[in-house]
Design a protein around this ligand. Structure first.
Ligand SMILES: Nc1ncnc2c1ncn2[C@@H]1O[C@H](COP(=O)(O)OP(=O)(O)OP(=O)(O)O)[C@@H](O)[C@H]1O
Ligand SMILES: [Mg+2]
Length: 250
């Protein structure tokens, strides 16, 4: 599970995250939705231990990130929006390197690496250099690294960007299976259909605060009810559409 208590992040005088509290339970896929600049990536990077919060508390699988960072990070998988991969490694070398970082490079790691490459349909390319990979292949490689050490919670920033329909389906299926096995998943996305299809609950974040939270049905009710498409619900909850402004300018 992932638990956030009154999480705050200031960049100088600017408040990017303004008191976020959130619980993602074991087995839950939780969607993190919000306009550009709302504070999603900042929050996810804090959970991953890459950014230090200004204040607040983060628990990853019961481990406090401030006092027990190693255990928290060891039980978490993080898939960043703009991953960095060493281009001069092969896919298999990259995963072995990653396993080393997590201290799981002992016996049997070769089998686990192959298993993950096969799962993400990269088996044929295990000995190819990452620099020759397409965007979608790199994306799938990063996912295979994030799941390699069997994390109990996973944080994903924009997983579907640039994936072809087959890749997107594969990722959805993997996430669903992982959640069925009890993994807690917190996922930011701008693709509302993905959120609607995959997420048990959704938090809508605006200017660093959660302004609405619930199932898709509950969010519909919050935004005024009806059978609105999630796009309309999202726009209502985050300040409406820009059509009038566009009309005034053009
Ligand atoms: N290192 C930084 N220094 C100063 N301000 C930053 C820094 N990183 C992010 N910000 C600001 O914090 C705010 C939140 O950024 P963040 O990347 O968390 O948004 P986001 O919700 O992930 O947006 P997007 O949907 O575009 O990915 C933005 O206004 C951004 O300009
Ligand atoms: Mg972002």
């Amino acid at each position: 599970m992932i638990a956030l208590h009154d999480l705050v992040k200031h960049y100088g005088r600017f408040t990017a995250v303004d008191g976020i509290s959130l619980d993602v339970k074991s087995g839950e896929i939780h969607g993190f939705l919000g306009p550009n600049g709302a504070g999603k990536t900042t929050t996810l990077r804090m959970i991953a231990g890459l950014l230090r919060p200004t204040s607040g508390r983060i628990l990853v699988n019961g481990h406090d990130l401030a006092t027990d960072a190693e255990a928290a990070k060891a039980s978490l998988g993080f898939i960043p929006d703009r991953p960095f991969i060493y281009e001069k490694l092969t896919a298999a070398e990259f995963l072995r390197f990653h396993a080393g970082l997590y201290g799981i490079d002992g016996n049997g790691i070769g089998d686990r690496v192959r298993e993950m490459l096969d799962l993400f349909e990269l088996g044929r390319w295990e000995d190819e250099l990452v620099e020759s990979f397409s965007h979608g292949m790199k994306q799938r490689l990063v996912m295979s690294a994030a799941f390699l050490h069997r994390p109990r919670s996973v944080v994903v920033d924009e997983p579907m960007v640039g994936l072809d329909p087959r890749g997107a389906r594969l990722i959805k299926d993997v996430f669903r299976r992982m959640s069925e096995r009890g993994v807690a998943i917190l996922m930011s996305t701008h693709t509302l259909e993905v959120a609607q299809e995959m997420c048990d609950r959704i938090s809508i974040i605006l200017k660093g605060r959660i302004v609405a939270q619930g199932t898709v049905a509950q969010l519909r009710t919050l935004s005024g009810g009806g059978d609105d498409q999630l796009t309309e619900v999202f726009l209502k909850l985050t300040g409406g559409s820009a059509l009038q402004e566009i009309d005034e300018i053009i």
